[in-house]
Design a binder for this molecule. Structure first.
Ligand code: 1PZ
Length: 208
């Protein structure tokens, strides 16, 4: 799928993450277990957003897609995010390049980036995406990126489409987009917190 393609990209993202949030916030569950398969599927629904933001973020898309793909592969043999992390802990491979756990941390940051981006779009007045995108990047990803990547991203910020062009590619009007973005913001928050807790409760840290 190249762009929005009449496919309800935003609605699909919103619904998939709402389902995951329901798992995380279900108080009837004594033990919460997010399955790797639906998690990676939901994460892959985010990928079409990159092409709607223009060619400048192609390199971000490639990195994100590869990591989500790794999680999808992992789901063939590993059931839950929790057991995926525990296997890496046992193998002492948590921080190794390309480990499932490391990729999960990167993908989680991608989800957080989208969350803050949507949050900022929802409160922004004008038609520019530059402020929302810059704020989200500064807050979520920039602290972990070296000079060269930060520089490339800041150049990319100047060739972002306008909000109107972005929504058009997604086949949304302002009102429907707002609803789906808000749903994603609300749903992704507890999910991201859940993933952070998986790391922090094992003393793995989330700032690397
Ligand atoms: C609206 C504006 C969108 C801004 C997009 C922000 C661009 C982020 C730039 C990502 C650079 C990708 C280059 C590679 C980064 C890697 O160094 C790290 C570490 O990976 P590792 O060493 O473990 O292999 N990868 C990342 O930080 C993951 C980045 C995920 C980017 C997801 C962004 C999601 C934004 C979606 C917006 C629709």
């Amino acid at each position: 799928m190249a762009e929005g393609d009449g496919d309800k990209t935003l609605r699909k993202i919103a619904e998939a993450f709402k389902d995951l949030a329901n798992v995380v916030t279900d108080s009837h569950n004594a033990e919460v277990n997010v399955q790797v398969a639906p998690f990676s599927r939901a994460c892959s629904l985010v990928s079409p957003l990159f092409s709607c933001l223009g060619v400048a973020f192609k390199f971000a898309e490639m990195d994100y897609v590869a990591k989500v793909h790794d999680l999808a592969e992992a789901s063939n043999s590993i059931q839950t995010l929790q057991s995926m992390i525990d296997l890496d802990v046992q193998a002492v491979s948590v921080r190794n390049g390309g480990s499932h756990t490391r990729n999960l941390l990167r993908v989680k940051r991608g989800l957080d980036m989208v969350r803050v981006l949507f949050e900022q779009i929802l409160v922004s007045e004008g038609d520019s995406l530059r402020d929302p995108a810059s704020k989200a990047y500064e807050q979520v990803l920039a602290p972990y990126h070296g000079w060269a990547i930060r520089k490339a991203v800041s150049v990319g910020m100047y060739v972002l489409p306008t909000k109107e062009q972005f929504l058009k590619k997604l086949n949304e009007d302002e009102a429907s987009a707002k609803v789906h973005m808000q749903t994603y913001v609300t749903a992704s928050t507890p999910l991201i917190q859940y993933i952070d807790k998986l790391f922090l409760s094992r003393d793995l840290g989330i700032d690397w």
